[in-house]
Design a binder for this molecule. Structure first.
Ligand code: SF4
Length: 105
C-alpha cells in the first residue's frame, strides 16, 4: 500500500529524461530514465564517472520524483546510475508499481 511507504525517502538524482531503451529485451521502447548518483564499483571503463559521488547532486524524495512523472508518455521507467542498488529502492519502486509503471533497473 502506497500510504505505508516512506515517501520522504531521499535519492540523489543526477538527471531524469525521456529516451529510447538501447539495450536488452525492451530495446527500442520509449522509456523514462531516472539516473541516481553513487557507485562503489569504480569500473575503469565507466562512462558515468560523474555519477560516483552522491554529494554533487540534489536529494529528491519519492514524492518529488512522483510529481515529475505527470507528463511522461510511457509506462516504462528505467532506474540507472551509478549503481542504483546502493540505495533502498523499495519506496520508489513500490510507488512506481502502484502508479502502474513497469520499472527496470
Ligand atoms: S556506474 Fe556502472 S560502469 Fe560505472 S563504475 Fe559504477 S558499476 Fe561500473
Amino acid at each position: 500500500m502506497e500510504n505505508q511507504l516512506n515517501l520522504d525517502y531521499q535519492y540523489p538524482v543526477v538527471e531524469m529524461f525521456h529516451s529510447i531503451q538501447g539495450e536488452g529485451f525492451y530495446s527500442g521502447e520509449n522509456s523514462f530514465f531516472i539516473r541516481l548518483a553513487g557507485c562503489d564499483v569504480y569500473c575503469p571503463w565507466c562512462d558515468q564517472k560523474e555519477t560516483w559521488s552522491i554529494k554533487k547532486y540534489p536529494l529528491l524524495t519519492v514524492e518529488n520524483i512522483k510529481n515529475k512523472l505527470t507528463n511522461i508518455n510511457t509506462k516504462h521507467i528505467i532506474i540507472t546510475g551509478g549503481e542504483p542498488l546502493l540505495h533502498d529502492l523499495l519506496p520508489l519502486t513500490k510507488t512506481l508499481k502502484n502508479l502502474g509503471y513497469k520499472t527496470h533497473l
